[in-house]
Design a protein. Structure first.
Length: 235
């Protein structure tokens, strides 16, 4: 099992949100074409903080290797990018690690990046509606301004569509590293767009009063992180 160097660790306000963060999983060709499993860590504010790549035959075939990979997932939300495959990988890892009575431990700490993006779009619609209501009372009120503009009515049905909207290029590297790193960078974009959305709310008192205090992540992602932060596996 080999450790990859950390990638593009961004500065973050750790005091704002003290939780381990999120894990990304990918399976594909690794060094010399060997089928491998990659785990990438993304902090609660979207920074890419670490990565590990190991042969699939090792992590699914040896108890100690499976437990080491699970230690990378413990206390972290899991980005369910491909719902048809990620739960199956977690089930295999859990079985290979020989964990007692822990089937399905990951279910409450999974989240969909596509759903999280939809929550951002919905938040912006709600905030814009509040601005319009305020403008009816005060004509000097201006529209919210965004660095990351989202088209009206934008809808995303797959992670690939989300990646394209985010403008994230497919990362370089062997297939499994490229896949994991591309997903992680897309999550970083989602986190940055959410942060911008909440900052806009915080800058206008009437919007904050209508919609509450700033939240660190989209609701579904935040819930997964909070559940995961309290999860302990018998490793």
């Amino acid at each position: 099992m080999t450790d990859a160097v950390t990638d593009e660790v961004a500065a973050s306000d750790a005091a704002t949100f003290q939780v381990p963060g999120t894990a990304v999983l990918a399976i594909g060709g690794g060094d010399n074409g060997v089928e491998s499993l990659a785990v990438w860590h993304v902090s609660a504010v979207g920074a890419l903080t670490g990565a590990w790549v190991s042969p699939v035959s090792e992590v699914f075939g040896a108890r100690s290797a499976a437990r080491r990979v699970l230690s990378f997932l413990e206390r972290r939300a899991v980005a369910d990018v491909y719902p048809e495959t990620v739960p199956g990988w977690l089930e295999q890892l859990t079985a290979a690690a020989d964990l007692p009575e822990r089937n399905g431990w990951w279910k409450r700490q999974e989240f969909s990046p596509v759903e999280a993006f939809g929550e951002i779009v919905e938040r912006r619609r709600r905030y814009a509606g509040t601005v319009e209501e305020e403008r009816a009372r005060n004509k000097a009120i201006t529209d919210l301004e965004w660095v990351h503009e989202l088209s009206d009515g934008v809808e995303v049905g797959s992670f690939e569509e989300l990646r394209r909207i985010a403008g994230v290029r497919t990362a370089e590297g062997n297939p499994v590293v490229s896949e994991a790193l591309t997903i992680a960078r897309t999550l970083r974009w989602v986190a940055s767009v959410w942060a911008e959305t909440e900052k806009a709310k915080n800058r206008r008192r009437y919007v904050r009063e209508a919609h509450g205090e700033v939240e660190p992540l989209p609701p579904s992602w935040l819930s997964a992180v909070q559940v995961a932060s309290a999860t302990r596996l018998p490793l």
